[in-house]
Design a binder for this molecule. Sequence first.
Ligand code: SF4
Ligand code: SF4
Length: 431
Amino acid sequence: MVRIEEHKHLTENKPIEQAALPRRVVIPLVQHLGKRLDRVFVKAQDHVRRGDCLATSDKGVFAPVHASISGTVKQVADFPHPVFGFCRAIEIESDGKDEAAESMKPRTAGEIASLTAADIRTIVFESGIVGLGGATFPTHIKLAPARPIKDFIVNGAECEPYLTADSRLMIERSLQIIEGVKLVARTIQPENVFIAIEDNKPQAIRRMKEAAGSLGWHVVVLKTAYPQGGEKQVIKSCLRREVPPGKLPFDIGVLVQNVGTVFAVYEAVYFRKPLYERVMTVSGACLENPKNLLARLGTPVKDLLEQCGPMTREPKRIIMGGPMMGIAQFTPEAPVIKGTSGILALDEDEEKEQEESFCVRCGQCVENCPIGLNPGLIALAIAKGRLDLAQEYGIMDCIECGLCAYLCPGRRHIVQAIKAAKIKIRKGKTT
Ligand code: SF4
Ligand code: SF4
């Protein structure tokens, strides 16, 4: 792990602001790791309210999606998607009223106290909650592990440069996060609870320590380094244990949940609120007023950039997520989705286009890969069309942190090659 330029000063002291109500939203049928939703409950001209369930599926790995505004469904069609290029989605035009679904009523303290573990899992599923740190794996599945969970880690590391949404959430909603942690702990019954935060967030550390009070949980202060927030890294830092290659945290009795996810669980249980909005950082040198915004899912990226403008210069690149693991956008019309932790408008200096040259065998990538892979060798195997060899070298364990490409003096596009090769491998092509 290495220390990289943080750029967090742009927004770390900016309180979370509610973004303007969008005039229109586009709700993609894939906002989770898993299959596309195939049961769509609405059609053109239907009226929907904020929080209404729009689509789900019957089996497989998925999380339902909900309306983020009230208004009229315009169409169900293909729209730009921030990850997949294009994807089937539901377009809703706002009626300006922002009416909530009738089901969205707070639960009483008595109702919350009487919820069983199975009830909480059902609420999490019906609310469409996924991992908000970027992985977007459906949370209800993680809350039903096949083996006992000994250690539950709440991940507040937020190691990606520029992003401060989790940090602000911990500063401003620490008590609610703690309630969310209690709910998750009720479902999985861990022996230990850890709240992991990097040492560049002293305010968040203080607030979380105060909020956790005498619960007996451990607030662990991690050294600021990239990619400290990766699941496997946070486990290693908190527990001094390693997740073996090809295995998942639950294989060693560990559950990791991002702080934003835990907060979403709190809102779902306490207020019957589905996941239709989230906090995201909108930042970069091209924006005069970078902010942390609570934005409705489905809002076009350009609307949120406008709210943080004016633009001081033409962005070289617009990225959804952080600069290390985020995805460059081909259109500002793409909507923000459940996994959107940030939007960055980066200028020439922040986003230099680097000519790729040859490998000088410096060993930087091998020395710094947090998983212990040999990225240069994997890239070579990919270049030679030997995906079988790339698999032997452990390509599927790569967490796509981008550190190898960031450090490479030859500016090798290693992580891009790895991402593309992993997609091919998942589709069953090995050469
Ligand atoms: S090979 Fe993967 S895990 Fe290793 S540094 Fe490169 S992107 Fe990160
Ligand atoms: S960091 Fe780049 S130049 Fe150095 S060994 Fe790895 S691929 Fe080669």
